[in-house]
Design a protein around this ligand. Structure first.
Ligand code: ITT
Length: 209
C-alpha cells in the first residue's frame, strides 16, 4: 500500500502561480496545510529529466529534502499529434524567450504562436489534435515517493481566446467542448483537466478509506 500524506503539512513544489492556484483548490477539501515552495524560498531545481515522471520526481524530491516535509510537484505539458508530441516535456522551455530570441523571461503568446506557426506551415488540413499531460509526484524526505498520471485530449484553436487559466489554456479546446480552457470557469476546468485526472488518482490512493 502507498504511504499516505495524511492531513499534515505539504509543500507544493511549484513556482508557477497558475499551477499553485489549481493544486491548492483541488486539495482544499482534504484539510492539508499547503505551503508553497516560493514562500519557503526553495530554489527551482534544473529539470533535467526526459519524461514528465522524471521531472516531477526531481522537483518533489528537491523540495522534500530542502524542507524536511512531504512535497507535491507537478510536471505537465502540451503535446501536439502533428508535431509528434512536441513540445511535451519541453512545453515551458518553448515559452522561454531565450529559447528563440535570446531574451530572458516567459512569453506564452509567443509559445502558442510558435506551435500555431508550425501547424500552419504543415498545411490547412493538418490535424489539430493535442493533449495535456500531468504527472503529480509526492516525495517524502526519507526518499519514499508516489506518482500519479493524468491526461486530457482536445484540439488547438487559433487565435487564442479567454482570460482565465494560464499557459496554453487560450488555445486548447477540450474534446466535446466549444470553449477554450481559458474561457470556461475554473471549476469546469478542474472537473476535466489533466491535473484533475491525475489528482483523482492521487485522491483515490491517498485519501479514500
Ligand atoms: P514548475 O516547474 O515550477 O511547477 P513550470 O511552469 O516550469 O512550473 P513545467 O515545467 O511542468 O512547469 O511546465 C509545464 C508547462 O506546461 C507550464 O508552464 C504551462 O505553460 C503548460 N501547462 C501545464 N499545465 C497547463 C494547464 O493546465 N493549462 C495551460 N498550460 C499548462
Amino acid at each position: 500500500m502507498t504511504r499516505r500524506i495524511g492531513s499534515g503539512k505539504l509543500v507544493i513544489a511549484t513556482h508557477n502561480d497558475g499551477k499553485l492556484k489549481e493544486i491548492s483548490a483541488l486539495l482544499a477539501p482534504f484539510g492539508m496545510e499547503c505551503i508553497s515552495a516560493g514562500s519557503l524560498g526553495l530554489p527551482e531545481p534544473p529539470e533535467t529529466g526526459t519524461t514528465f515522471v522524471e521531472n516531477a520526481l526531481i522537483k518533489a524530491r528537491a523540495a522534500a529534502e530542502a524542507s524536511g516535509l512531504p512535497a507535491l510537484a507537478d510536471d505537465s505539458g502540451l503535446s501536439v499529434s502533428a508535431l509528434d508530441g512536441r513540445p511535451g516535456v519541453y512545453t515551458a522551455d518553448w515559452a522561454e524567450r531565450q529559447h528563440f530570441e535570446g531574451k530572458p523571461g516567459r512569453d506564452w503568446y509567443m509559445a502558442m504562436g510558435k506551435v500555431e506557426g508550425m501547424l500552419q506551415a504543415m498545411g490547412a488540413d493538418v490535424p489539430r489534435d493535442a493533449w495535456f499531460s500531468c504527472v503529480l509526484a509526492i516525495a517524502w524526505p526519507d526518499g519514499e515517493y508516489a506518482v500519479y498520471e493524468g491526461r486530457v485530449d482536445g484540439t488547438l484553436k487559433w487565435p487564442p481566446r479567454g482570460q482565465r487559466g494560464f499557459g496554453y489554456d487560450p488555445v486548447f479546446v477540450p474534446a466535446g467542448g466549444t470553449q477554450t480552457f481559458a474561457e470556461i470557469e475554473p471549476e469546469a476546468k478542474h472537473a476535466i483537466s489533466h491535473r484533475a485526472d491525475a489528482f483523482a488518482k492521487l485522491v483515490k490512493d491517498q485519501f479514500d478509506s
